[in-house]
Design a protein around this ligand. Structure first.
Ligand code: UDP
Length: 257
């Protein structure tokens, strides 16, 4: 057995290289009553992502005659998704600040991917429910929500409810961070806890940025470290986009029952 402090100890608990994503898995049509859905797994982080179309728009849009549709996102962690049971927000009577921040991020990310005018007078509800949390639940949520939306649109086009898919570009998200002085891709919870710099990248398939959230946790970071993190992030996003394309093709080839 390799001792933790030996020079031969693995850098990461799961033996990954610093620039390696966790094993990815996308299971399309996981929630068949949604218009589109997928179970998105980044290693042990698993999120049920669904996209449901409702044929209506908020009243303010009608009153202000805003053309097109609306998109809204909700995020929650199931009580048994964490090591210690996390009570549902409803039992505390208010939405947790972190959940609120994450669902707004998911909404912004998806709005960059979707042409709301082409959605017509419909609301797209994105629901991301964390089944198992092990770091990167927001990045798995965004990446899965994009797949769920693409599958929802494909179904609506097939059913002749939409003339064309409103998806402009795929978006994917990944975390990067500096752990033990080493820049790393796609942090698991134990790494996230130890990270001196923690960053989430949201990017389109053209590798344009939608959002960058980065902070030193009681630490600072240099231009060089930032560049290293961005290089890792771009590599991760490229791989995620390829996996999204495969999942969407698989989902289209095997429609929900
Ligand atoms: N976490 C938890 N309980 C919480 C919030 C977070 O166990 O109430 C864990 C969970 O594994 C999560 C990780 O901490 O994935 C990192 O949380 P963070 O707020 O950084 O968001 P995430 O990395 O999941 O997007």
């Amino acid at each position: 057995m390799t001792m933790p402090n030996s020079p031969f100890a693995a850098l990461r608990a799961d033996n990954r290289q610093p620039d390696q994503l966790r094993p990815l898995s996308f299971t399309p049509h996981f929630a068949p009553h949604a218009t589109g859905s997928v179970l998105a797994a980044f290693g042990n982080t698993r999120v049920i992502c669904s996209a449901t179309i409702q044929p209506d728009i908020p009243r303010w849009m009608k009153e202000q005659k805003v053309p097109g549709g609306w998109l809204t996102a909700e995020y929650s962690m199931l009580p048994y998704s964490t090591l210690d049971r996390k009570p549902r927000d409803i039992s505390k009577g208010k939405l947790d600040g972190r959940s609120s921040e994450i669902q707004r991020l998911i909404g912004r990310a998806l709005r960059a991917a979707i042409d709301l005018r082409a959605l017509g007078p419909n609301t797209l509800w994105i629901d991301c429910d964390v089944l198992q949390a092990d770091g990167g639940t927001r990045t798995a949520s965004i990446t899965g929500a994009c797949i769920a939306s693409a599958l929802a649109f494909e179904r609506l086009v097939r059913e002749k409810k939409l003339a064309r898919s409103p998806m402009k570009a795929l978006v994917a998200a990944v975390s990067v961070g500096v752990v033990g002085g080493v820049p790393m891709l796609d942090l698991a919870y134990t790494e996230d806890k130890e990270a001196s710099v923690d960053m989430n990248l949201v990017m389109t398939e053209k590798l344009e940025f939608v959002e960058l959230q980065g902070s030193g946790e009681e630490a600072v970071f240099t231009d060089g470290e930032l560049e290293a993190l961005l290089t890792l992030g771009r590599k991760g996003v490229r791989e995620l986009i390829t996996a999204q394309q495969t999942a969407i093709q698989t989902g289209i080839a095997t429609p929900a029952a």
